[in-house]
Design a protein around this ligand. Structure first.
Ligand code: GLY
Length: 371
């Protein structure tokens, strides 16, 4: 660890690391302070869906536009990360299939499909038979489906490892600690670490996800709260095999490399623990089996919980906060879509931090919109 950095990023989840990767290419000295040994990031618990087409509402425009822009960036982001690190992050652009088991769910998918069409997004309604032709493991109870051919997925754990490698190769320091405090001092930040030592940085970026408890001089605590999610994985069988992500009314089902299938996720607001409840997993299992009956016979591999960093309006918080002369930069609150939004949020915020005009308008995501 050095005594001084140009930029320090606090938080080593996918947002902090993607931003670090972007900035490290253009900054003399950069540090990422990553407390993941103590505070598991949302990234490690995520299923890794890149699915703007399935968000509950299309966000009044700005969030959807950011999500769609980020999805467009994902292929080249994945290719450049793979070329740079040699890592396989299991990026798959096979599309995502949302399925309905009854008329009410089919109407919801039709409304979503119509809303996407208005935004020129590629999505199409299928009959149950057409959906089963794509995915033979689907239940006979599936009556309709929406296919979003451009939605994709990635393995968030492999992604995190690849980003860490890339950031290190680009010369950034990865510091395994947590930030006890950050004080503005003579136009710079004095950052104190939990272990007792610290450093000085010209700029700091807060990308701490749902983790709370940090104290940043002159910055009010942003309104980020945890939405806990439980998930589990099973070993696929040939009868349960899927070519793409399938989203049912009660669970989403994500086939991964090596025959693993990730099934998620519950949503519990303001729960900050990582306990995994039997009831939560059984509800998800029931939702998954309704859609793919053969999942009933698949052996469970693991179960876990994570904390989504949510905001009151569901959109991320991106931009400067605190004192005008020495703001802290916030990259927070990516809620259900941190993995999806990482390329766009990182590129746009990095441009701003370096004093350039970002290609993406971040004005709808400013910290001060909450007053
Ligand atoms: N992005 C899926 C979830 O948050 O469960």
């Amino acid at each position: 660890m050095k005594a001084r950095y140009d930029i320090a990023i606090i938080g080593g989840g996918v947002i902090g690391l993607a931003l670090a990767r972007e900035l490290a290419a253009q900054t003399r000295s950069l540090a990422v302070v990553d407390a993941s040994a103590r505070i598991p990031p949302a990234t490690a618990a995520a299923a890794g869906m890149l699915a703007p087409s399935f968000e509950k509402d299309l966000g009044g425009g700005a969030l959807y536009e950011l999500s769609a822009a980020s999805l467009r960036m994902w292929s080249s982001f994945a290719v450049s990360l793979a070329e740079e690190t040699g890592a396989d992050i299991d990026f798959r652009s096979d599309g995502i299939l949302g399925v309905a088991l009854d008329a009410a769910a089919a109407r919801k998918l039709e409304a979503q499909c119509a809303a996407l069409a208005k935004r020129d997004a590629d999505a199409a309604m299928l009959t149950g038979t057409e959906a089963r032709a794509l995915e033979p493991a689907l239940s006979d109870r599936v009556t309709a489906a929406m296919q979003a051919p451009e939605d994709a997925q990635v393995d968030p754990v492999k992604l995190t490892a690849a980003l860490r490698l890339s950031v290190e190769r680009r010369g950034a320091a990865l510091i395994d600690d947590y930030v006890a405090s950050a004080q503005a001092e003579a136009g710079r930040w004095r950052v104190a670490l939990g272990a007792g030592d610290g450093f000085v940085a010209d700029d700091i970026v807060i990308a701490t996800g749902a983790a709370s408890g940090w104290a940043i001089d002159g910055v009010s605590r942003p309104p980020v709260f945890p939405v806990k999610g439980e998930a589990f994985s099973v070993a696929s069988t040939s009868a349960a095999s899927l070519a793409r992500v399938v989203r049912g009314p009660g669970a989403y089902i994500c086939p991964k490399a090596g025959g693993r299938i990730v099934i998620g996720a519950t949503e519990q607001r303001d729960r900050a623990d990582l306990d995994v409840s039997a009831a939560g997993i059984e509800t998800l299992r029931g939702g998954a089996v309704d859609v793919v009956p053969a999942l009933e016979h698949c052996a469970e591999l693991a179960r876990w919980a994570g904390l989504r960093p949510a905001t009151p309006d569901g959109a991320p918080i991106l931009g400067p906060a605190g004192r005008r002369a020495r703001p802290a930069w916030l990259a927070l609150g990516h809620h259900r879509n941190g993995v999806l939004l990482a390329p766009a949020s990182a590129a746009a915020l990095a441009a701003e931090i370096l004093g350039n005009e970002p290609d993406i308008d971040l004005s709808p995501f400013r910290p001060n919109r909450f007053g």
